[in-house]
Write a protein that binds this ligand. Sequence first.
Ligand SMILES: [Zn+2]
Length: 107
Amino acid sequence: MDQLRWREAGFKPLIMLALIVAGIAACFKTVTFYFKVLFRAEHYAAQAVCDACKTYGVIAVTGSSTLDLQNAGAAAADEWLKVRCKKCGHAWTMSAEHAPTPIGKSL
Ligand SMILES: [Zn+2]
């Protein structure tokens, strides 16, 4: 933006303005994508508590919706992960739609 001079002749000011607008759009899209991935990671992390032994994050992924070729075109809401607790062997499915209860609270 510092190099933008409206009094210069030719298309240079318009090109500079177009680059500025494109840069702002790219920054907005990147930040939006970053937060989308961050919130998705937090959503799945909240489901990483074993119901059997209450251990957090000691899991092995045994399957996922992205590995299922028949389900490759599924929407984000249809995403799932099949996981198994490495400590006790309990297995469960994490999903994009599942809203877990906070640790230590029961409804
Ligand atoms: Zn467990």
